[in-house]
Design a protein around this ligand. Structure first.
Ligand SMILES: [Ca+2]
Ligand SMILES: [Ca+2]
Length: 457
């Protein structure tokens, strides 16, 4: 008697799926990635910055205070969260590699949009996505929408407003000159439409990344006089940093080379960064407001995060590409339907996004073994901090590991840094040779991979 019942059940399930009934019950996903945003706004680390939409969304979301990228630059960071795999398992550590063509691993994994599509989702993607060349047919197979308009970093400042090259300038342009606005409008339109299947929506912003161009009203939110130097700046901070660490710092040369007074120019560029953060805040906010007015409000999980962090002078450095906290911490919040605001201190990585969405949406196993861990249990009880470590790599044998309190960095030549965020939030004091932290250092060192996939670049 048992066998016919089993066959009937399987057939019944198949019928449900073919009608899309079961699939419709699955939650929708909105994944929004901003570019080069640090914790100034989300974690209130920089008083002058204004991000009113993030402020509002924080009250409805789990805010992660210890969320980290897998690599501190765009392309490998994205390869990691789209594949769910750390760089040491794919070989994609830096920008410039054609990783999705070259890496034996990345050519065979199921990227997140492919995975959702195979699981019956309608997939939509626009804006800055992989930031690496992807075979056109593969990208088109990932997303159902056409065109998969991406845009680019422009508009670029005119020559008279450039400091050093077209990426380094400040200038206002009208809204419709910005891919983020065009793509945000398209996302809003998508959310107003009827969809038969559950959807996976990916909106990739090009800001706050340079050039610091934005519509005028975002510059007008500030006056340059209000801009202060970041708290984390310390003039001789690099004195206790090993040589391979010092090589990562540009010592604010960009402003010295320009021939203009360094402090004034430095403040002006922080103003530019604040304006592009506020611009990104507005674009993210209006898409989520469109969700809240839509029929999908009660069945959609929203995840907003940056691909890497950003220095504005901390460790005498601008931009990213370091293993220090400013470049490796990424603002991230997750809003579930009827979500309440909570702060989560458990260390998490962007590689955790893939397994989290897989579990939350009840999908099957992806093609590859994921390095991350699902955050679903964390989301259910966010204020209970769990002890774990996460890794950020920038090359073979070139990584930093953190447990949320301590950060241990080891460079290829074996030199080290060690910081205690409880007593030293700005990572001013490298205590790697302090014998008192020997056991803790050993524990974190034990989390550094033994085997490194050869670097593609
Ligand atoms: Ca980036
Ligand atoms: Ca120092």
């Amino acid at each position: 008697m048992e066998r016919p019942i089993l066959e009937f059940s399987v057939a019944g399930l198949g019928a449900l799926f073919s009608l899309g009934v079961a699939a419709q019950e699955k939650p929708n996903v909105i994944m929004i990635c901003v570019d080069d945003m640090n914790g100034y706004g989300l974690l209130d680390q920089y008083a002058p910055i204004k991000m009113p939409y993030f402020e509002k969304l924080k009250k409805q979301s789990v805010v992660f205070t210890n969320s980290y990228c897998a690599s501190p630059v765009s392309s490998p960071s994205r390869a990691a969260f789209f594949s769910g795999m750390y760089p040491h398992n794919t070989g994609n550590y830096r920008n410039g590699a054609t990783s999705w063509v070259e890496s034996e691993v990345l050519t065979t994994v199921e990227a997140l949009p492919e995975y959702f599509k195979r699981n019956g989702y309608e997939t939509w993607g626009r804006g800055k996505i992989f930031h690496a060349p992807i075979p056109k047919e593969r990208e088109e197979a990932m997303f159902d929408n056409r065109p998969i308009y991406q845009g680019g970093f422009g508009p670029f400042p005119s020559a008279e407003n450039q400091l050093s090259g077209r990426f380094w300038g400040i200038e206002a342009f009208p809204d419709q000159d910005f891919p983020d606005v065009i793509n945000g409008d398209a996302a809003v339109e998508f959310l107003r439409a009827d969809h038969d299947k559950p959807f996976f929506l990916y909106y990739g912003l090009w800001r706050p990344h340079t050039p610091f161009t934005a519509p005028q009203r975002f510059f007008d939110m500030y006056s340059v006089e209000d801009i202060t130097f970041p708290e984390g700046y310390k003039q001789y901070d690099l004195d206790d940093v090993p040589e391979q660490g010092r090589e990562l710092s540009d010592e604010l040369k960009r402003f010295i080379i320009s021939g203009e007074t360094t402090p004034e120019m430095w403040k002006k560029y922080i103003w530019g960064y604040c304006a592009t953060n506020s611009f990104a805040d507005w674009n993210v906010g209006r898409v989520i407001e469109a969700l809240d007015k839509s029929q999908y409000a009660d069945n959609t999980i929203v995840i907003v995060f940056s691909d890497n962090g950003y220095h504005c002078g901390e460790k005498n450095h601008w931009e990213k590409s370091t293993l220090w906290h400013m470049a490796d911490y990424v603002p991230m919040f997750i809003r579930m339907p009827q979500g309440k605001g909570a702060i989560c201190k458990t260390p998490v990585s962007l590689v955790d996004i893939y397994p989290t969405l897989a579990e939350y949406c009840g999908l099957d196993q992806p093609a590859q073994t994921l390095d991350g861990e699902s955050m679903v249990s964390i989301l259910k009880n966010p204020e209970k901090a769990i002890r774990r470590t996460v890794l950020t790599s920038f090359g073979e044998n070139y990584s930093g590991v953190t447990d949320g309190r301590y950060r241990y960095i080891r460079y290829p030549d074996g030199s080290e840094e060690f910081y205690d965020h409880q007593t030293d939030p700005h990572e001013w004091n490298n205590i790697s040779s302090d014998r008192r932290i020997g056991q803790i250092k050993k524990r974190l060192e034990g989390e550094i991979p033994r085997v490194w996939y050869p670097s593609l670049k």
